[in-house]
Design a protein around this ligand. Sequence first.
Ligand SMILES: Cc1cc2nc3c(=O)[nH]c(=O)nc-3n(C[C@H](O)[C@H](O)[C@H](O)COP(=O)(O)OP(=O)(O)OC[C@H]3O[C@@H](n4cnc5c(N)ncnc54)[C@H](O)[C@@H]3O)c2cc1C
Length: 387
Amino acid sequence: MDFEFSPEEQKMLQEVRAFLKSEITPELKAESLAIGYCYGGQLGREFVRKFAANGWLVPNWPNEYGGLGASAMLTFAIKEELAYIMPLIFVAAHMAGPTILHFGSEEMKKQWLLPIARGEVEFALGYTEPWAGSDLSALTIEAVDQGDHFILNGQKTFNTHSHVADYHWLATITDPDAKRYQNMSMMIVDLKSPGITIRPLITMAGWQTNEVFYDDVVVPKENLVGEMNQGFYYLMAALDYERMFPMGGYRRLFDEIVQYAKETVVDGQPLSKDPLIRQKLAQLAIELEANNLIFYRLAHIIDEGKIPNYETSMQKLFATELAQRITNTGMDVLGLYGQLKKGSKWAALSGQVEHRYRWSVVETIYAGTSEIQRNIMALRGLKLPSK
Ligand SMILES: Cc1cc2nc3c(=O)[nH]c(=O)nc-3n(C[C@H](O)[C@H](O)[C@H](O)COP(=O)(O)OP(=O)(O)OC[C@H]3O[C@@H](n4cnc5c(N)ncnc54)[C@H](O)[C@@H]3O)c2cc1C
């Protein structure tokens, strides 16, 4: 197998690298980190607009919608480059946008895809409710059809980035009497709409997710995505797009841990000569390589015009559990120094291991827990019968 990019693609990747090196500042990193690797802050928005101006936010979208008509392979490589320097989550460009591209009307594509491709608008995911997480068919928030608009009432929870995003990518019940999977619609809601209240929930990783309350919120009919009551299927596709995890951020942490092991002497012996540490680092290097193959396989499937499904569950599960193994090994290698936070005089690797250790816990929960990814693999990947 030959995974080499063409000379033109390699040139673009070099340009991306040079851009990231010159544009990403410590202040920008600190801002995005504080809001959960989101670009909704002022510096983040400026950066993403510049980044997107080159077509790099959605390279594989058609030119008419702001892309470069490039391959998903190249798009994934650009995502990895960015994640290595500064992990950022893109809800509009990488989750909602591709779903609109597949299922949205021509009017909806014209209205939303260009601003998304230019990095001008960001969305927040509005799926989970207090009694509906793993099983999203149990949603209760309701949108009542009023002719040219809907009136929405209900509550969402764990809706990350809602306090800094512009729009809610919302799953809502539009036909409460219909059977499951035929009663839901997706819509785009302006988060500044009267009747929306956003309340913070602080995660163990230190950043904010939210509860979002809807109280007689008016949403124009044209904000309905695709067909009414088909939203469950669009939501499943959007989840497939969400479950594609660039590992650049953890790959960089791994590289730094390896470097630390090479440079650090404990009790007169370099850590790099400790047989247990060598075994663990070698194992992680193998798993990172395996993840790469699973990740780029998703791009290959997209390049064939399909939406990967159980394959995304495979990658999400493998990547996020690998992230936990990397941070665990980081703790082993750094010893007690690993537990110190950024800013502490004795924190090794700028407190990265401590921070990522806490962060990696939530990675196996959002976008569907590990149990749910294994269920999908069993059912759709292995075709085992449903319970
Ligand atoms: C930090 C963070 C950020 C998030 N951001 C967002 C966001 O932006 N937007 C959004 O909509 N949601 C978001 N979520 C919600 C997340 O997607 C849900 O928490 C997740 O899907 C699990 O749902 P739940 O919390 O209701 O747990 P439950 O569904 O109640 O699950 C509880 C436990 O039971 C297990 N379980 C459930 N069903 C099964 C089953 N059939 N088989 C085996 N085990 C099962 C689960 O694996 C889990 O361990 C976020 C969550 C977190 C923690």
